[in-house]
Structure formats: C-alpha cells, structure tokens
Write a protein that binds this ligand. Structure first.
Ligand code: ATP
Length: 270
C-alpha cells in the first residue's frame, strides 16, 4: 500500500479504536551492557490511549527500558537483550521485524529539542517523504495536521519556510512532537521531553499530551514527580534496573505497596 493511503487508512482506524487493551506487553526482559545487568526481569503491560510515566533515581534504567520499546538500544555495542517485547501483539525482537517500520510506529521525542537544520515544513515532511509520500497536497495536509496536533499551527502557519532553529525551545520541542506525529505512529516515547524547557512551555506540552492520548499511546520518562502525578494514568517506579512497582498513578503517589516506592516519592532517597 502507498504510504499516503496507508497514512489515511490508519488514521481512520485509529479513531475507531478507543479501547483500553494492552498495546505494549513486556515479559521477562533482561538487558546487559557488556557485563552490566541494566534491566532485570521486567514485566509490564501498557494500555492503548493512556499515558504511562517511568520514574526512579538517576541510572535506574528508565531510558534504557524506554529505548527497548523501539529497539533504539540495538545500535549500542555490547548490548544483549533477552525476553519479549510485544507491540500490538507482535514480538518486536523477531528477526523478521523491519526496524524502520517499527520506529515509524513507535516514535521518539528526546530531552533536548533536536529539529533538523531545515525549514519547519521540511522537518515535518522529512519522515513522510522517506516513506514515499511525494504529492504536494498530501504533504501540505500532513504538515497542517501534525502542527495542529502538536498545538503549534497557529504560531507557525505563516512561517513554514523559515528555519526551525529560529523557534523558541518550547516551540522546537512541539515541532519535534509534530515531526514524530507526521508518520502517524501508534506510540510516542518521550525521554524527559520537558526537562530543558521553562514552566510555561512545560505546561503547554503537558496539556498537549493530555489531548494526544485520545489518539496515541504515550510513554514518558520524567524526573519530575509532580509531572508524573499530573499527567499519567499509570506510573512505573524503577530502581537498580528493576521494576519495583507499577500501578495507577494515584496509588503510586498516595498509597504505594512497596517501601522503596514510598521512600522515593517522599524524597527519602534519589
Ligand atoms: N550506552 C550505554 N552504554 C553502557 N552503559 C549504559 C549506556 N546507557 C546507559 N548505561 C548504563 O545503564 C544504567 C541505566 O542507565 P539509564 O540511562 O537507562 O538510566 P536512567 O534511569 O534513565 O537515568 P537518568 O535518569 O540519569 O537518565 C546506568 O548504569 C548507565 O550507566
């Protein structure tokens, strides 16, 4: 199927399915960096159209785990991964999986906004063009739709040909979100997406995530516990490469089962 029709068809299907099935299902996941055991027996299921937050002290494995969800660790020399990561029922570590298509479906936004040194328009169309969209009208439509979804359209609609690097940090991060949405992913992975931003830009992105979860499944690493409490449906607490506790967010913050979670959220360590 042509990517443009694939894009439109997928959008329609996405709107129809608003169930809360597990879209991510991880079983017995272990990851080593050489001899270092960085993730130990991770088991977790994440629901479609929800926001899941990963919290825990520095070095506990949050980002490493996030990267296993679209095979971003594959490129790191010496990494070994065992276990299963199922996305929409498919084990993404099977050799038959096309990693390019996987990363189209499971997009990523990083801590530092990283727009390409290109125009706003070309940043958004980069992914769709890579996947074969050439028709100008379709590209225009994707640009508008992605920028609207990222709550940036009104601010940039008259300067689409201007360099992306001319935008503020907060606008650049929303552009990076729009760029990720332009290839119509199912899942958006976000690694501390607001830690480089001021409080107003942070609030805009938090509001945006609340809107985006109607269409996408969002997994976010955050050091900001108020942020996790504000925006996530479920929270996973990691410590020393283990998933200590995972539950609905109010339970994690108000009534955690594990003493280690309680110590962390009450600021006794980390
Ligand atoms: N590319 C890498 N090569 C080797 N070891 C790594 C690599 N990336 C992470 N690690 C190690 O794996 C462990 C987990 O790191 P990771 O970055 O996943 O933790 P984190 O919880 O996301 O930390 P932070 O909150 O500081 O970003 C750490 O001991 C880290 O040093």
């Amino acid at each position: 199927m042509q990517f443009s029709s694939f894009y439109q068809e997928e959008s329609k299907n996405r709107k129809r399915s608003c169930s809360s099935m597990s879209i991510i299902d991880v079983r017995d996941l272990n990851l080593h960096y050489g001899a270092q055991h960085a993730l130990t027996n991770i088991q977790i299921e994440m629901q479609e159209n929800s926001i899941t937050a990963f919290i825990g002290p520095s070095g506990c494995g949050k980002s490493t785990f996030l990267r296993t969800l679209n095979r971003m660790n594959d490129m790191i020399p010496g990494v070994t991964i065992e276990g299963q990561v199922r996305i929409a029922g498919e084990d993404i570590y099977q050799s038959s999986v096309d990693v390019e298509i996987l990363r189209k479906n499971v997009g990523m936004v990083f801590q530092q906004p990283n727009p390409f040194p290109k125009s706003i328009y070309d940043n958004i169309t980069f992914g769709p063009r890579l996947h074969g969209v050439t028709q100008r009208s379709v590209l225009d439509e994707i640009v508008e739709k992605s920028l609207r979804a990222a709550a940036l359209w009104d601010e940039v609609k008259d300067s689409l040909k201007k360099p992306a690097h001319g935008l503020s940090g907060g606008q650049q991060q929303r552009l990076c979100i729009a760029r990720a949405l332009a290839v119509n992913p199912q899942i958006l992975l976000m690694d501390e997406p607001t830690s480089a931003l001021d409080p107003i830009s942070t609030a805009k992105i938090e509001d945006l995530l609340e809107e985006l979860k109607a269409t996408y499944t969002i997994v976010i690493v955050t050091h900001n516990m108020q942020q996790a409490a504000r925006i996530s449906d479920k929270t996973a607490f990691f410590l020393h490469g283990e998933l200590v506790e995972y539950d609905v967010t109010p339970t994690i913050f108000q009534n955690p089962c594990d003493k280690r979670t309680e110590d962390y959220i009450t600021g006794r360590f980390g």
